[in-house]
Design a protein around this ligand. Structure first.
Ligand code: MG
Length: 374
């Protein structure tokens, strides 16, 4: 029986870190990375950090930084200060009294896991039943303005050691992109992400892509199109990987039952925390479906926590978590996340997430701050 812990305070830090290049997918783009950091303070001086990481604008999800901030300050934070700190496995259950808000919940839940891991002086992966192992990282390349720029980008990431290359496709920019990348780089570990831009009517495109030996087709069809994905998968050798459709435990369970995918991309922010993401991993594992850890992408705190979870056994494909410097001009953790020459991310030693928070940087990039006491 763990002794009850009451927090002495919670601080919310909304930071905006500039991106090297706009983050662009088939339905929108942003040029700064917003994140709301949740800092828990214990009476004995222990801390826990989490990150709620919705994208600016609302093209990526219905949650925005504004709506997430509002939910945190008016609901989750006062609720957490009113009670004893939930144990990490129970925090998601406690949060489920509030509808929706997966990003905000992931921020609170991650902070609670980090707090307990720090309290027990154990690495976060240990609390999550993972193991100390390096995590293979893959590079994701957005839709580029030209074929030459795409090829340059693939070349750069291969040189940096990334363990697989993912390229985004959309109608009119698909088979040709794969063809030129295969022609130039040969049999590299390559996959495509369609971000739900196609329908079953476009099956012929995927039948053509099926001949290119890709690792997987990520989210070819619409978010709700689980039956159509199952139908498409029956016609293809290449595994379909669900991303947008893997939005919660219910959808993942349904996709597994229907045979909509052979691989699942699990995102901690979308699932609403580490515990539900672990549950998704476990149910996929029980069904013989391998997974990988996706990203929205997030800043260092959420990325680090996702990496700890990605040490679980059924996360067998490279993660989308890349080096901090891949997307962000800076990061608020120390050391930043780095990729070794052979494409792996090594978690630092130490309790909790292992990375330290750089308070000077948090203050530098902070655009809003609020402190709460019981
Ligand atoms: Mg995707």
């Amino acid at each position: 029986m763990t002794k009850a812990i009451h927090l002495s305070g919670i601080r919310l830090h909304w930071v905006q870190v500039p991106l090297h290049e706009p983050f662009k997918i088939s339905n929108g783009e942003v040029s700064v990375k917003d994140a709301i950091l949740v800092e828990l303070k214990g009476e004995d001086g222990n801390t826990g950090w989490g990150e709620a990481s919705p994208m600016g604008g609302s093209f990526y999800s219905s949650e925005t930084p504004d709506s997430t901030w509002e939910f945190l300050r008016s609901k989750a934070v006062p609720g957490l200060l009113e009670r004893s700190l939930p144990e990490p496995g129970q925090c998601f259950e406690w949060l489920s009294q509030f509808p929706g808000e997966p990003f905000a919940k992931a921020g609170v839940e991650g902070a609670v896991w980090d707090f307990w891991a720090n309290q027990a002086s154990v690495p976060l992966y240990e609390m999550l039943c993972g193991s100390r192992r390096p995590v293979a990282s893959g590079a994701a390349i957005g839709l580029m303005p030209s074929i030459d720029e795409l090829l340059d980008r693939v070349d750069t990431f291969l040189r940096q050691g990334y363990r697989r290359i993912k390229i985004k496709i959309m109608p009119g920019h698909d088979v040709e992109l794969v063809r030129v990348v295969r022609k130039r780089f040969g049999d590299i570990p390559l996959m495509v992400d369609a971000n739900a831009a196609y329908t079953l009517e476009d099956a012929a495109i995927f039948e053509e892509l099926d001949g290119y030996g890709l690792m997987m087709f990520e989210q070819p069809l619409g978010r709700k199109a689980l039956h159509d994905h199952a139908e498409l998968q029956r016609r293809l050798r290449t595994p379909i990987c669900l991303d947008e459709s893997a939005e919660d435990l219910e959808s993942i369970g349904k996709a597994i039952r229907l045979g909509s995918a052979k691989i699942i991309n699990i995102k901690v922010q979308r699932m609403g925390g580490l515990a539900p993401a672990k549950q998704a991993h476990d149910s996929a594992q029980a069904a013989g479906i391998p997974c990988w850890m996706g990203t929205m992408p997030e800043l260092g705190v959420a990325s680090a926590q996702a990496l700890h979870l990605a040490t679980l056994g059924n996360f067998t494909f490279p993660t989308d978590v890349e080096a901090s410097a891949r997307w962000f001009k800076d990061d608020i953790i120390e050391p930043p996340i780095e990729i070794s020459g052979d494409g792996f991310i090594q978690l630092p030693e130490g309790p909790g997430m292992g990375f330290k928070i750089d308070m000077e940087k948090v203050e530098r990039y902070r655009i809003r701050f609020e402190e709460f006491q019981p």
